[in-house]
Ligand binder design. Structure first.
Ligand code: DOR
Ligand code: ZN
Length: 347
């Protein structure tokens, strides 16, 4: 199969940043996706519906003129999130979820939850109002090996949480291990997971290929080949519990190529094409559409898109750098080929 027409996909996990950086990266997502769940880890974070409304307006203003892309906003959960704010989330159609970053787990997570018990009351309110919880699932205890943090989080936090809140809908974001796949498959109704292109296409060797590769550093960190194969199997399995979330996370090249490089991989410029590559490698292109365009919308109880996009198996070379506000960024596959191409003749 070298041509694929699928329902226009959505990106259920995306970082857009703000201001000039937002304006630089947003067009790549608008070209490919109809909607995206926009992460709230700005500095300062988006903690109120009023802030989310303003951020949404900035995104709409930065949107290319011919685009009908729709940003779906999230709030950043803190120890101090109020029930009143959760009720506002439930009432605001444009805010679809609340994001839980364990404090210290990743980029701009310092304002996150310092101990899960501190948000029990807020989670009660979210459950009562059917507001989904999006989870960055990594333990923050620095004595836990960096490759074991997802498993430790499942055991210590996520599994107990799923039991304590039996009606709370949760998305385990950017899963990277066999443990996460097993957890999601065995979990009760209402638990799903997003999967990034990098966790489908790369294993941890990519971090050390002929030298240190900072542009392959993200959190959760890439895992071994055994884990990658299981995550790929999950994505291509046809289970509605796994759907597309790029976690495209732009940082300036100089902030990644630094003595303390930031976590985050930018993939928005080739996102659906990279997923097509991964599904093609697995011999499961027939399952790309449901993963990319159906299951996420179903989980969020939103209509599936009606437009289509066309992908062809025809390679192209990614630029070495892309503009990022006043700086530049280094995209995934910089200077190398992507095997699939998005055609621009639809819709
Ligand atoms: O690699 C990552 N980058 N993981 C995250 O969880 C956050 C993201 C970012 O915002 O840069
Ligand atoms: Zn993210």
């Amino acid at each position: 199969m070298d041509k694929l027409v699928i329902t226009r996909p959505d990106d259920w996990h995306l970082h857009l940043r703000d201001d000039a950086m937002l304006a630089s990266v947003l067009p790549y997502t608008c070209e490919r996706f109809s909607r995206a769940v926009v992460m709230p880890n700005l500095n300062p974070p988006i903690t109120t519906v009023a802030q989310a409304a303003e951020y949404r307006q900035r995104i709409l203003q930065a949107r290319p003129a011919d685009s009908s892309f729709s940003p779906l906003m999230t709030l950043y959960l803190t120890d101090n999130t109020t029930d009143e704010e959760i009720r506002k989330v439930a009432a605001a159609e444009f805010v679809v979820a609340v994001k839980y970053y364990p404090a210290g787990a990743t980029t701009l997570s310092d304002a996150g939850v310092t101990a899960i018990e501190k948000v029990y009351r807020t989670l009660d309110c979210m459950q009562a109002n059917d507001v989904p919880l999006l989870v960055h699932g990594e333990a923050t205890d620095l004595s836990v090996d960096v490759f074991d943090r997802e498993k430790a989080f499942i055991d210590q936090t996520l599994a107990p949480l799923a039991g304590r809140y039996p009606q709370l809908r949760m998305v385990f974001e950017h899963i990277s291990t066999t443990d996460a796949v097993d957890f999601v498959l065995a979990a009760r109704q209402g638990i799903a997971a997003t999967i990034t292109p990098q966790h489908l296409l790369l294993n941890r060797n990519a971090l050390f290929a002929k030298g240190l590769q900072p542009h392959h550093y993200c959190l959760p960190v890439l895992k071994s080949e055994r884990h990658r194969l299981r995550v790929l199997e999950a994505a291509t399995s046809g289970s509605e519990r796994f759907f597309l979330g790029t976690d495209s996370a732009p940082h300036a090249t100089e902030d990644k190529q630094s003595a303390c490089g930031c976590a985050g991989i930018f993939s928005a410029h080739a996102a659906i094409e990279l997923y097509a590559e991964a599904f093609d490698q697995a011999g499961r292109l027939d399952r790309l559409e449901a993963f990319a365009s159906h299951y996420g919308a179903d989980f969020y109880q939103l209509p599936r898109n009606e437009e289509t996009v066309t992908l062809t198996k025809s390679s192209w070379t990614v630029s070495r750098t892309l503009e990022f506000g006043k700086q530049d960024l280094t995209p995934l596959r910089a200077g190398s080929e992507v095997a699939w191409r998005l055609e621009h003749n639809n819709d």
